[in-house]
Unconditional design. Structure first.
Length: 76
């Protein structure tokens, strides 16, 4: 019963974030902070803050992943 309630709550929270939300526009030197997968053997979530160009160099499209993984933008 509790498991079903937790799954329903998780689905509701996920549905509340619009899938089309893109990363906010900011200056070229702004840092976009996003959650990244933890290192192997760890469950501790990490947040990395890189420029838009650095994310692109790492083959991450922040406009696509922002709704799911975005945390904040530093700078403007």
């Amino acid at each position: 019963m509790i498991t079903r309630m937790l799954i329903a709550l998780a689905l509701t929270a996920t549905a509340a974030v619009p899938a089309t939300a893109q990363a906010p526009q900011a200056s070229a030197d702004a840092l976009y902070c996003m959650r990244v997968e933890p290192a192997t053997g760890s469950r501790i979530e990490t947040v990395q803050c890189w420029t838009r160009a650095e994310w692109a160099d790492a083959e991450v499209d922040i406009d696509t992943d922002w709704a799911r993984e975005g945390v904040r933008v530093i700078g403007g």
